[in-house]
Design a protein around this ligand. Structure first.
Ligand code: URA
Length: 243
């Protein structure tokens, strides 16, 4: 397994804590996982140990994802756009289509015009940035912002599955028809199904809504998207009130 610099830093931080007690400084991922048990055993703390293990796994995912060459989009991208969010346990995950020009240049998801529109809506509904994580069906920009091809989406989906498994959102928001197609199925139309909860018991609820770019093109969709996201906000509230 290849690890990023950040990950090595974490591993070193923890290994320093137990060095001098008969444990050698570790410098590879495998030892990092062994270290996790040592850390817990030495009573440094279950929580810290688990956090380190999580961090090692996430960093390893980020590193692999940034070096991905599973499809042709790798040849034309500037950056792999993994996702945007400060909370890797966010209860809401929003999934768009794929990075545009700004996202490709910066490596950040939804930072262009569509992203501003989305942020505006999330702020208006008083979502806290800790509530959500934003990503896409494909992590590399399709040339001229075309819709990702089936083979590109399928090549990229394992990365998204990993993100869902890691973040474990209670709510998944499909932003537009591409997200709907790959997360729900081919036979559903966004105009018909938007605003309706789709339940995946034991996993998450899905809320399909418009892509913010669709709202920019057709402002009459703004209110519908607002109402869909209001349902998400309200459901989040009820989740928090549960004991
Ligand atoms: N559109 C998307 O679907 N995703 C982005 O990150 C930006 C624009």
């Amino acid at each position: 397994m290849i690890l990023s610099e950040n990950c090595y830093k974490n591993v070193r931080f923890y290994s320093d804590k137990i060095e001098g007690e008969g444990v050698k400084t570790c410098d590879d991922a495998f030892s990092a996982f062994l270290f996790y048990d040592r850390i817990v055993m030495k009573g440094i703390g279950q929580k810290e140990g688990e956090q380190m293990k999580d961090q090692v796994q996430w960093d390893s995912f980020v590193h692999s994802c940034r070096n991905c060459e599973r499809c042709e989009l790798a040849k034309t991208r500037t950056n792999v756009v993994i996702g945007r969010g400060t909370n890797l346990s966010a209860p809401v995950m929003l999934v768009g289509e794929g990075p545009g020009q700004q996202e490709d240049l910066t490596g950040e998801a939804f930072v262009g015009r569509a992203g501003k529109q989305l942020d505006h809506l999330l702020n208006a509904l008083m979502f806290d940035p800790e509530d959500y994580y934003i990503c896409n069906i494909v992590k590399c920009r399709p040339p001229k912002n075309r819709v990702p091809l089936g083979e590109e989406a399928h090549a990229c989906l394992p990365w998204l599955r990993y993100q869902v498994k890691y973040i474990k959102p209670a709510i998944l928001v499909c932003l537009g028809s591409t997200a709907l197609k790959y997360l729900v199925g081919d036979d559903v139309r966004i105009t018909r199904i938007r605003g309706t909860w789709l339940d995946r018991p034991g996993f998450f609820r899905i809320m399909p809504t418009y892509h913010p770019s669709a709202v920019l093109r057709d402002p009459t969709k703004r209110e519908e998207m607002f109402l869909d996201m209001k349902k998400v906000r309200e459901y989040l509230q009820t989740l928090r009130q549960q004991p």
